[in-house]
Design a binder for this molecule. Structure first.
Ligand code: 9UX
Length: 72
């Protein structure tokens, strides 16, 4: 089944930043959708928990150069 996670993402200042975060997330296995909102510093991710988890997603965002915190 599918899970949903919401992250605060700090450091995105333009739409290219948002595209970069989206790409970092979608490179992981088990990602259904990644919706990045640059204006509100948020990333919402739909994923399959058998393949990936919140912490791996958070780390992928950080490896891309942005500070990420799991909100829920
Ligand atoms: Mo452009 Mo967004 O370098 O940081 S991708 S401002």
């Amino acid at each position: 089944s599918e899970a949903k996670a919401l992250f605060s993402v700090i450091g995105m200042t333009c739409s290219a930043c948002a595209a970069s975060v989206e790409k970092s997330i979608k490179r992981l296995p088990g990602i259904r959708e990644a919706l990045v909102d640059v204006l509100n510093n948020r990333a919402q991710v739909l994923f399959y928990p058998s393949f990936v988890n919140e912490e791996s997603i958070r780390e992928a965002i950080e490896d891309g150069g942005f500070e990420a915190t799991l909100i829920r």
